[in-house]
Ligand binder design. Structure first.
Ligand code: ACO
Length: 196
């Protein structure tokens, strides 16, 4: 995804972690212009993700991020667009209080780290970028795929989780979240709670 400004200036790292401050670790981000540019990038990514998932409206935007405790991981390729860099995709996670059903249909309250939105630009899908983003997020949040919940995952994302993290056995829920068997098998039968 190309933009009419320098992505490499805006996002010096290959993967940037953005929070409600739209911080990118970029010194220049304290100036208003880069903040506007970061918001433009997030809004474009949110729109493209919604389109790819055939959602009525984006679930990711700069204003939504500003009023949340979510983290957005943004991946760029530094080489494209005449050396200005291109945006490849993003992954958004956050903790949610959920009422879930365990394998015996008993109600369990949990506050797991959830994948809320995930998108790699159409032409760059199936080249390992999604895995790079997901692995980065797991290290950053010290998370495990089995102990996370997934908000309305698409068929592509379910295939991704099966292929890369062997997450296949779903425990049926009455809400839009998907959890896998390992969610309820975390050693001491404890509910999964966010630590950050
Ligand atoms: N059809 C089926 N499976 C796919 C497809 C596809 N078109 N694209 C990716 N996958 C899955 C497959 O398991 C694939 O392995 P394979 O090629 O051997 O079949 C694997 O992902 C490839 O892994 P990566 O290359 O690391 O993943 P990618 O960079 O494509 O990113 C992602 C995965 C984010 C799901 C991407 O395909 C995408 O953006 N899809 C459209 C938007 C979407 O569905 N996002 C998830 C929304 S749900 C949520 O966010 C909670």
């Amino acid at each position: 995804m190309e933009f009419p400004f320098d992505i490499n200036n805006l996002f010096p790292e290959r993967i940037s972690t953005l929070d409600r401050n739209l911080g990118s670790g970029c010194e220049a981000s304290r100036r208003p212009e880069p903040q506007d540019q970061i918001a433009t990038v997030i809004n474009e990514l949110g729109r493209a993700s919604a389109q790819a998932q055939q959602l009525a409206a984006p679930i990711t935007s700069a204003s939504k991020l500003r009023y949340s405790n979510h983290h957005l991981f943004l991946l760029k390729e530094g080489e494209g667009n005449g050396g200005r860099g291109v945006v490849v995709g993003f992954l958004k996670v956050g903790c949610k209080k959920l009422c879930l059903l365990d394998r015996r249909d008993a109600h369990v309250e949990a506050e797991p780290l959830c994948v809320l939105d995930f998108y790699v630009t159409d032409a760059m899908q199936r080249h390992g970028y999604g895995l790079e983003l997901f692995d980065f997020m797991l290290r950053h949040r010290q998370a495990e795929p089995a102990l996370m919940a997934y908000d309305r995952p698409s068929a592509k994302f379910l295939s991704f989780l099966a292929k890369h993290y062997s997450q296949t056995e779903r425990v049926p829920q009455v809400n839009n979240f998907v959890v896998f068997c390992g969610f309820f098998l975390n050693g001491q039968g404890k509910v999964n709670l966010c630590t950050k």
